[in-house]
Design a protein around this ligand. Sequence first.
Ligand code: ADP
Ligand code: F6P
Length: 319
Amino acid sequence: MKRIAVLTSGGDSAGMNPTLKSIVEESRRDNISVTGFLRGYLGLVKGMAIEMYYKTVSGAARRGGTLLKTSRFPEFEKVLIQKQAAAVLQKNGIDGLIVIGGDGSLHGAMALELIGVPVVAIPASIDNDIYGTDIALGVDTSLNTIVRSIDSIKDTASSHGRAFVIETMGRSSGYLALVGAMATGAEALIIPEVQYDIKGIAGRLKNEHERGREYSIIVVAEGTGATAEMSDALKTISKFDTRVTVLGHLQRGGSPTVFDRMLGFRLGAQAVKTLLDGISGVMVGLVGNRIAITSFREVLAHKKILGERYVEYAKRLAC
Ligand code: ADP
Ligand code: F6P
């Protein structure tokens, strides 16, 4: 291999930049050139290429977001468009591609592999919903932001004796909400993976309030769509002075934590090594703190599920 390419796709997450730094440095050390495609699959199809040198990734370890930019590009589901992308890669003399992104981006990566492009993927999504890795890039940074935010809200909640419904991100996964709730000792939790009883929660919190609890924190995963209903139930059933905070996109930004930087360095280097070893159609992840290489087919055939203890914890807070 003489030249590889890399792109970041889908929702950005902290850790993408340290990964790009690792990919460029690892490749350049082996005299392999690196092309970066801007704006994910959109930029790949349009040939929006930049040459990546050591200088391009200087200072990248501490920066959130992605220096290659990203996009949502639904047209990439069409085989005709995927073939255009393969032609761009061929025209640019690219021998292999590294895709950094979430579940959707992995589908795109597998589609390219199926039409003959050697691809290795790196899981990056704050939702932590990708099978084949214990943790994806950006999850740790996002959780640290969530925990800091909930801690801050607790200060004002306790001062006023209020209930706060706090909505975290997570398109169809409750991982961020669950770990955020665990780490801050929230009183209630609503996630899509576990059956919940909104009226039951409101009644329980009312009882706890009558027994002396001064304030309550209820964490809700975005994917349940239950934020407003939970807030209304707290107002009508518990008669709490209730506020809602939607944490939103601030959960996606920010300087990567040490964990996300190290994860990016490890997965980036491994992705390059894997391509150079002639292996493709795989995702490099982390299982039990060891690098794990899993085929796209296997990754995409499985839904990542929450561990048993996590589910038990969530069930206790969901009624
Ligand atoms: P994420 O990768 O963070 O899950 P998306 O679900 O938006 O984000 O997916 C990112 C991009 O991956 C999409 O905009 C599209 O370009 C591509 N993609 C998603 N699903 C498919 C698919 N089934 N086939 C081909 N490409 C896909
Ligand atoms: O997939 C990551 C994620 O941040 C989800 O948690 C969230 O639902 C979605 O992306 C938000 O997407 P957008 O950036 O397009 O608003």
